[in-house]
Design a protein around this ligand. Structure first.
Ligand code: ASP
Ligand code: MG
Length: 411
């Protein structure tokens, strides 16, 4: 007998009919002899609707905003519990404050500090299926908090860690983590396994299957995650600690992100403190800078280029322009029509020539590389956005990620 945390995303609980489907999944797991703790998202579109209502009423953050936003999950857990009870099962919905899922008081972006496991474990012992809302917590004063958009994944993983669950299953509308976006590459392949580190790179690069924070949490507490579809029986992708198998292939996946913009500060004086002056206003404004490239200096001047998300672009540009003018830089230029393209793989640590192969593949298609950055298990480049799809396809091919390639290797 195992303890399994099952999390269902918004599309999986989008209608009462779909929640019934969730109920049969949950009861099947329970009837197989496991303890089951269920975590739900709000019904699809609901959180966006609540954000709209709160805005209309005049709030985009703060305590009352969280009171409004947290209700979406409350509806879905109530509905599932009613359905489970109607099927003759003992089910109990348990709000964040009741569990309790303690967070700090940072409304709308609260961090989980600790989770009480007694209430849930006692209910499990009594044979109950416990149904917990994702995304919501409670601060030390008893105020309702929310964890930030997509936070239900983090609730599920944190609960699994606290309860020392054997597995955390994340049910969603895709069958797992793919070698690349299947809508671009028809021969993209579902991965059987992926390491936490690879998943973190993929998640932060735009493969939006899991909230990045939830993967960090899973890595820290070593919670095995299974990402799978709630609409098929197919086994999904296991996100777990790196093992030897994973090193066989140099590259596991190709990802892209079109929602980035590039800003260059041209001919800025090259002296200590310039980078701080340029980037500090951005960090103070909460803007995340992604890639940064500084050219070698010429006659005491250098060029500095970096990328930010499209959402932050305008604010970032204005802030940097102000500093650049004060520093008497020659110019600030920007390009929103760029995409970041990345190859990710734990095997890169032990394979040489991966980056070279990437550059070669792109150059054969006449695709210019504008910026490069690397980590131990990732190579990212910035290219002209219009070549994104082509670049993804040729790289997926070059690194042998397609279905047929793998089969060939096996025989
Ligand atoms: N309902 C919340 C959102 O849409 C949390 C979640 O579903 O993960 O962001
Ligand atoms: Mg989600």
């Amino acid at each position: 007998m195992a303890l399994i945390v099952q999390k269902f995303g918004g599309t999986s609980v989008g209608t009462v009919e779909k929640i019934k489907n969730v109920a049969s999944r949950v009861t099947a797991t329970k009837q197989a002899g496991n303890d089951v703790v269920v975590v739900l998202s709000a019904m699809s579109g609901e959180t966006n609707r609540l954000v709209g209502l709160a805005k209309e009423a005049g709030a985009s953050s703060g305590r009352e905003y969280d009171v409004v936003l947290s209700t979406g999950e409350q509806v879905s857990i109530g509905l599932l519990s009613i359905i489970l009870q109607g099927m003759g099962h003992e089910a109990l919905s348990m709000l964040g404050s009741r569990v309790p899922i303690r967070t700090n008081a940072h409304f709308s972006a609260a961090k989980i500090e600790n989770i009480g496991k007694e209430n849930i474990l006692n209910a499990c012992k009594d044979g109950k299926i416990v149904v917990v809302p994702g995304f919501q917590g409670v601060d030390a004063q008893g105020n309702t908090t929310t964890l930030g958009r997509g936070g239900s994944d983090t609730t599920a993983v944190a609960l699994a860690a606290a309860l020392e669950a054997d597995l955390c299953e994340i049910y969603t509308d895709v069958e797992g983590v793919f070698t690349t976006d299947p809508s671009i590459c028809s021969d993209a392949r579902k991965m059987e396994k992926i390491s936490y580190d690879e998943m973190l790179e993929m998640a932060s690069l735009g493969a939006k299957v899991l909230q990045t924070r939830s993967v960090q949490f899973a890595r820290r507490f070593n919670v095995p995650l299974m990402v799978r579809s709630s609409f098929t029986e197919t086994i999904g992708t296991l996100v777990c600690k790196e093992d030897e198998d994973m090193e066989r292939a140099a590259v596991s996946g190709v990802t892209y992100n079109k929602k980035e913009a590039k800003i260059s500060v041209v001919r800025v004086p090259d002296r200590p403190g310039v980078a701080v002056k340029l980037f500090k206003p951005l960090s103070e404004a909460g803007i995340n800078v992604d890639m940064i490239v500084q050219n070698i200096s010429h006659e005491g001047h250098t060029d500095m280029t970096f990328t930010v998300t499209d959402d932050d672009y305008e604010e970032a540009f204005a802030l940097v322009k102000e500093t650049a003018d004060a520093l008497e830089a020659h110019d600030v230029i920007a390009d929103q029509e760029i995409a970041k393209l990345s190859i990710v793989g734990a095997g890169m640590k032990t394979h040489a020539g991966v980056a070279t192969k990437m550059f070669e593949t792109l150059s054969e298609e006449g695709i210019n590389v504008q910026m490069i950055s690397t980590s131990e298990i990732k190579v990212s480049v910035v290219i002209d956005e219009k070549y994104t799809e082509l670049a993804v396809r040729v790289l997926h091919d070059a690194f042998g990620l397609a279905d047929s390639d793998v089969k060939e290797e096996e025989y």
